[in-house]
Design a protein around this ligand. Structure first.
Ligand SMILES: Nc1ncnc2c1ncn2[C@@H]1O[C@H](COP(=O)(O)OP(=O)(O)OP(=O)(O)O)[C@@H](O)[C@H]1O
Length: 250
């Protein structure tokens, strides 16, 4: 079966430092896949290569089997792979309902024209409201995004990305900076995204990783070190040594 996303021999160096070393990775359709590894292992570099922020020195990236190695980020997004972006100033002054409806209209090729014919697109507002409810943002959907608690803003970022209808969603620490008690809520909402969306997650919090992921790739020094189910990764002695630490999962 063709992977939703695949890398073949991906390499990236910054000067003498090899940040990504021959990484060949398969992300299956609908995956819940976590990328873990110690600080500086190359996780963010890999996500930047996947999303098109960085160009690899060698290797290929395939989305649904098509070579996207040198496509810019917006064209990858149009083909079905996206990442979240922080709520920018414009979005901060809008409500979640407006922002998500806007993202839905962009996806349908209506651009921003729909504002002029709002009544004709009531269905889009309904769809936006339903999507926001799934993200626990039902009560907040008519407030300005800037007044929402940080955890809700992070959820809104993911909701906006999902409104674009991706088949692959890249998440770089979606719960970073969020208070402890809200972190699990974010990850469980992400885990419950539709089955046809493959999610690739970078996360430092091992409790969140192990509650979310069905598959885990461990990066060490830019290279894939181990890959497997959470159980396989948790009991791998090499992983315990380099990363997890006997104390945590012993
Ligand atoms: N633009 C850059 N220029 C030079 N070196 C870089 C650049 N980006 C990353 N690096 C280096 O590449 C290596 C991998 O960094 P990267 O941020 O991908 O790791 P990471 O696994 O995401 O780390 P962390 O968990 O600390 O966020 C590190 O040694 C880092 O210092």
């Amino acid at each position: 079966m063709i992977a939703a996303l695949e890398t073949v021999g991906l390499r990236k160096s910054f000067g003498a430092l090899a940040a990504t070393r021959d990484v060949s990775l398969r992300i299956e359709a609908g995956a819940r896949h976590a990328l873990i590894g110690p600080n500086g292992a190359g996780k963010t570099t890999l996500i930047n290569l996947l999303s098109g922020v960085l160009r690899p020195d060698a290797g290929r990236i395939l989305l649904d089997g098509a070579d996207i190695t040198f496509l810019p980020p917006h064209r990858r997004a149009r083909r079905g792979m996206t990442r979240t972006f922080q709520i920018n100033q414009l979005f901060a002054e809008m409500t979640p309902l407006e922002t998500v409806a806007l993202a839905l209209s962009e996806r349908r090729g209506l651009g921003r024209r729909w504002w002029r014919t709002l009544a004709a697109h009531a269905d889009m507002l309904d769809e936006a409201a339903a999507l926001l409810a799934r993200f626990g943002l039902g009560d907040a959907m008519r407030l300005r995004a800037s007044v929402l608690p940080y955890g809700k803003q992070r959820l809104l970022e993911i909701a906006i990305a999902i409104a674009g209808g991706p088949r692959v969603l890249l998440l770089d620490e979606p719960a970073a900076g969020v208070p402890e008690d809200e972190r699990h809520e974010i990850l469980s909402i992400v885990a419950a995204l539709p089955d046809d969306v493959a999610v690739v997650l970078i996360e430092h919090d091992m409790d969140l990783v192990f509650s979310f992921a069905r598959r885990i790739s461990v990066l060490v020094d830019g290279a894939l070190f181990v890959e497997g189910s959470p159980e396989e990764v948790a009991r791998d002695p090499g992983v315990r040594q380099v990363y997890l630490g006997e104390a945590r999962h012993g």
